[in-house]
Design a protein around this ligand. Structure first.
Ligand code: MG
Length: 167
């Protein structure tokens, strides 16, 4: 059985995922305004991914007979120093999301809520992917540095990204 405490924590994480979607939308808008449509597309796909995460928790709450309580979205950061800065900021955001899921999983273990422990496993795996993705982009962008031709090619590649949900 899911206690009120665990239900609140799951609700909070669902809303965190909606916050993350809004934060990525702000990054897309920054990139768009800097005329980097490929990077903007990358972040727009990330918005879809975060909404998918949020809805995964929303559906789980419903399945467990818990009222999914939607809260206000936090105001995102809208100004950045550079494209690289958006990726560095995103990585930090993902690291804090990883910590949230570790804490949530700890709580589920404390309450011996095995179905929730199993449910959260998907997110733990997903966070490894998310951190690796941003880490790689940061590494590439640093390598490209001021090489405009390389940046052009890299941006074009990210412009092709299409989010496909995995269950
Ligand atoms: Mg997420």
């Amino acid at each position: 059985m899911i206690t009120a405490n665990l239900a609140d924590a799951l609700n909070k994480q669902m809303n965190n995922e909606f916050d993350a979607a809004q934060a990525y939308l702000a990054m897309a808008a920054y990139c768009e305004n800097e005329n980097y449509g490929g990077f903007a597309n990358f972040y727009l796909q990330q918005v879809e991914e975060e909404r998918f995460h949020a809805m995964k928790i929303y559906n789980y709450l419903n399945d467990r007979g818990i009222h999914a309580k939607i809260t206000a979205i936090s105001e995102p950061k809208i100004e950045f120093d550079s494209i690289l800065h958006t990726f560095e900021y995103a990585l930090e955001q993902e690291k804090s999301v990883t910590k949230n899921f570790y804490d949530l999983t700890d709580l589920a273990w404390q309450e011996k809520e095995h179905a929730t422990i199993s449910f959260l496993q998907w997110f733990l795996d997903e966070q490894v992917e998310e951190e690796a993705t941003f880490d790689t982009h940061i590494e590439y962008l640093k390598r490209i540095n001021e090489d405009k031709n390389a940046l052009f090619v890299y941006e074009k590649e990210l412009g092709q990204r299409v989010f496909t949900p995995e269950n």
